[in-house]
Design a protein around this ligand. Structure first.
Ligand code: NAD
Ligand code: UDP
Length: 317
């Protein structure tokens, strides 16, 4: 049986990945320090004989025996990664060093959850993998952006220097059930505000764009990448190409929820990227991957999840 380590496995994406791995018969070790993750996301797995949970911070070394590593540990929402920026950089950089060291010792294949944030506020649109990006190295997003960029550097140096089997995916905005109620990212904010009848907080003038991928599609892409031929290291973009403005997103959320919430404008956060849309030709060519779930369908699933959470049922799916 293949033993797989998922760091950040109690988080939004990590817990869905654990589900998929368990369903495919893997033996899963989930490692998390519960900074933004929750035991509720994986409680249904705790009694599964192939699942094991370890509370651990990836900025410290880890000695376990595994065949594959998915390195997802890192807060992903700006409000959370800016809460303790030094720890955010440490998580990306020391976390990558520790997980790469582990992979080298046990000769495991290792995948890094990188991000579209490595492109910063991009001049190239849509973003292709060969674009080097435009990141402010001293801004408030740098702890995340530069941390992830340095992690990519480490991955490619371990590949060149030690011939480690690496895989790097650049994940674009992803949403779905199990996002934290107070996650702070736009989809969960808007849905929770709409369901509570509170004002929808639109930052800036609402013309900035993002492209949102449903979680099931994203996990499929990550799995395909891990199983792709050794020579295909990436980086590869994973995301949905349906681009929309945050104003359009607010209107869509209002229509899906049937909410009468008002839209209010708040100041734009510093260094907020103005446009973002992935070029996914590489993923299509090498992984045969294309997102399947339209925004409207994904939003309906996510809205129904948050309705349950707001009822206080504690129910997760
Ligand atoms: P999340 O915040 O829900 O999950 C991150 C998990 O990592 C949490 O369970 C958290 O407790 C854990 N963690 C944080 N620091 C840790 C540490 N030092 N040691 C151990 N565990 C730690 O976020 P997510 O959306 O599930 O993102 C997962 C990964 O995917 C992150 O690496 C993120 O950068 C990347 N990513 C996500 C998106 C997205 O839209 N969801 C986009 C780009 C990249
Ligand atoms: N945003 C917004 N209202 C919110 C939260 C976010 O208008 O309540 C905007 C934010 O300024 C950004 C976009 O939505 O332009 C996406 O923000 P998010 O934090 O979800 O992700 P990221 O900026 O990392 O892509």
């Amino acid at each position: 049986m293949r033993r797989v380590l998922v760091t950040g496995g109690a988080g939004f994406l990590g817990s869905h990945l654990c589900d998929r791995l368990i369903a495919q018969g893997y033996d899963v070790l989930c490692v998390d320090n519960f900074f933004t993750g929750s035991k509720l996301n994986i409680q249904h797995l705790l009694r599964h004989p192939n699942f094991e949970l370890l509370r651990h911070d990836v900025t410290f070394p880890l000695y376990v025996e595994v065949d594959q590593i998915f390195n997802l540990a890192c807060p992903a929402s700006p409000i959370h990664y800016q809460h303790d920026p030094v720890q955010t950089t440490k998580t990306s950089v020391h976390g990558a060093i520790n997980m790469l060291g582990l992979a080298k010792r046990v000769k495991a294949r290792i995948l890094q959850a990188s991000t579209s944030e490595v492109y910063g506020d991009p001049e190239v649109h849509p973003q292709t993998e060969n674009y080097w990006g435009r990141v402010n190295p001293i801004g408030i997003r740098a702890c995340y952006d530069e941390g992830k960029r340095c992690a990519e550097t480490l991955f490619f140096d371990y590949w060149r220097q030690h011939r480690l089997e690496i895989k790097v995916v650049r994940i674009f905005n992803t949403y779905g059930p199990r996002m934290h109620l107070n996650d702070g990212r736009v989809v969960s904010n808007f849905i929770v505000q709409a369901l509570k009848g509170e004002p929808i907080t639109l930052y800036g003038d609402g013309t900035q764009t993002r492209s949102f991928c449903y979680v099931d599609d994203l996990i499929e892409g990550i799995m395909r990448m891990m199983d792709s031929p050794k020579e295909f290291t990436g980086p590869v973009n994973l995301g949905n190409t349906e681009e929309l403005s945050m104003m359009e997103l607010a209107e869509k959320v209002l229509s899906v929820t049937g909410s009468k919430s008002q839209i209010i404008f708040q100041p734009s956060p510093q260094d907020d990227p103005q446009r973002r849309k992935p070029d996914i030709a590489l993923a299509k060519q090498h992984l045969g991957w294309l997102p399947q779930i339209p925004l409207e369908d994904g939003l309906k699933e996510t809205v129904s999840y948050f309705r349950h959470i707001l009822k206080g049922s504690g129910f997760r799916r």
